[in-house]
Design a protein around this ligand. Structure first.
Ligand code: G1P
Length: 286
């Protein structure tokens, strides 16, 4: 069955970005001229996804407003003769069919995904964590869908991480299948370096089979007392294969100020309107 739906989780508190996230959803922080979440939405669309389900929470209304149509704004732009901007604003609200679910209690990533069960139904689906921005020629999700088409089972995106970083990721024990593809033999959520089964960390892109919902229901709270997707996958792999795919691309963790800054500078330097000027400015600074 084709992967048609994608869940984008946007319910977290964004504690690593306090104080700005007191009143501003972290997913709406700008990355040059677009909010972070738009990169995930565009990646999903460019990978052939037809419906996006955004999991939000209290204080995240700005996300819904952003992808909605604003007749008032369109009217003002029309009066001012700003036709190019007007066109861009219309295209933005017509991007894709987006629906929203509010996660009423923030009980973890696994719990957030479980709230989408009714809308997903019995089909494979994608999950994107919008903090992870991946710069790649072919959208990462599209690369993963190609792997899914081959194996027709759960696919996780992984990359090699520094050993001191294992405490920030789900880590897999890999069984090599081919170049860049591994069978997942075991998963551990955020282990200490000495407990990590490898240096392959899961990044925020998943293709999941609908059976994950039953295992999520059966998953007790884990790390940080949250229902962890990693723990549910560990349960799932007793009945269904889970594969990991080392994607081709550069990932930025924009959930931290430093990661966000690195992505901002890299993307801004490529901007045709001001990239060159920024480059000269940075040279002067250094
Ligand atoms: C989540 C997952 C973790 C994964 C990471 C990727 O953690 O729980 O397994 O490696 O995303 O970004 P979070 O970063 O939300 O704490």
């Amino acid at each position: 069955m084709k992967v048609r739906k994608a869940v984008i989780t946007a319910a977290g508190w964004g504690t690593r970005f306090l104080p700005i996230t007191r009143s501003q959803p972290k997913e709406m922080l700008p990355l040059v001229t677009k909010p972070l979440i738009q990169y995930s939405v565009e990646e999903a669309i460019n990978s052939g996804i037809e419906q996006i389900i955004v999991i939000t929470a209290l204080g995240k209304r700005a996300i819904e407003d952003y992808f909605d149509r604003s007749f008032e704004l369109e009217y003002v732009l029309e009066q001012k003769g700003e036709t190019r901007l007007l066109q861009e604003m219309r295209e933005l609200s017509d991007l894709v069919d987006v629906c929203y679910i509010r996660q009423k209690e923030q009980l973890g990533l696994g719990h957030a995904i479980l709230t989408a069960r009714g809308i997903i139904g019995e089909e494979p689906f994608a999950v994107l964590l919008p903090d992870d921005i991946i710069d790649s020629k072919v959208p990462t999700l599209k690369q993963m869908i190609a792997v899914y088409e081959q194996y027709k089972t759960n696919i996780l995106a992984v990359e090699r991480i520094g050993s001191e970083d294992t405490i920030n990721y789900g880590i897999i024990e890999p069984g090599k299948i081919s170049d860049h593809i591994y069978q997942v033999l075991r998963l551990v959520e955020k282990p200490e370096p000495s407990q990590a089964p490898s240096d392959l960390g899961v990044v925020g892109r998943y293709i999941l089979m609908p059976q994950i919902f039953d295992t999520l229901e059966a998953t007790p709270p884990g790390k940080n007392q949250e229902i962890q997707l990693t723990d549910a996958l560990q349960l799932l792999l007793k009945q269904q294969a889970v594969y990991a795919y080392e994607f081709d691309g550069v990932r930025y963790d924009t959930g931290t100020p430093l990661g966000w800054l690195k992505a901002t500078v890299t993307f801004a330097l490529r901007n045709p309107d001001f990239g060159q000027e920024l480059k000269e400015y940075l040279h002067q600074l250094l």
